[in-house]
Design a protein around this ligand. Structure first.
Ligand code: SF4
Length: 171
């Protein structure tokens, strides 16, 4: 896996203050994507032990609520395995911190991915410029959904293909 940036004390990509990993690689080609530089899976830098330490140093801080995986697309084939491994490590070491993930893919296609056992919230769907709304919280266009993965995959939810939205997804 390769990445472009690790941002800190981020308030725009999930609940609370977060560390955000911006991975390289995306095949969705959304019109007017704000990060086309991240499309190339060979772009950016290799995600190495130093990058991991940078993230863990942030998660060590009490005031950091968790990590958000963004990009690019964390579910690009070049990233999936490494993202899943990193999520597993983070959940084991920081069980109280939340994991958010942005992807251009749709919930219906990804809900049974093994990594979903570690994810708290997914913001799904491609960015649609025709549905852009800058007042939306945590998403760029109205078609996207901020999905509470834990509630959606809970045994009492009889149809996990119908996502339970995060309480603050008000669109
Ligand atoms: S999924 Fe995100 S990174 Fe990929 S093209 Fe669409 S807006 Fe850009």
């Amino acid at each position: 896996m390769r990445y472009h940036n690790i941002t800190k004390d981020d308030m725009l990509n999930g609940d609370g203050l977060r560390v955000v990993l911006w991975v390289a690689g995306c095949t969705h080609c959304c019109k007017e994507c704000q990060n086309p530089i991240t499309w190339d899976p060979d772009g950016g830098l290799p995600f190495d032990e130093a990058a991991k330490k940078e993230i863990f140093d942030q998660l060590d801080k009490d005031y950091i609520s968790g990590i958000t995986f963004s990009g690019g697309d964390p579910l690009h084939p070049a990233n999936r395995l490494a993202v899943r491994g990193l999520m597993a490590e983070i959940k084991e070491k920081y069980p109280k911190k939340t994991i958010w993930m942005y992807t251009g893919d749709s919930w219906e296609n990804i809900m049974y991915y093994p990594m979903m056992q570690y994810v708290d919230v997914v913001v799904d769907g491609e960015f649609h410029i025709e549905e852009r709304d800058v007042t939306l919280l945590w998403k760029g266009s109205k078609n996207q959904r901020v999905i509470d993965v834990r509630k959606t995959l809970a045994p009492e939810n009889t149809d996990p293909s119908v996502p339970v939205l995060h309480c603050r997804d008000y669109a």
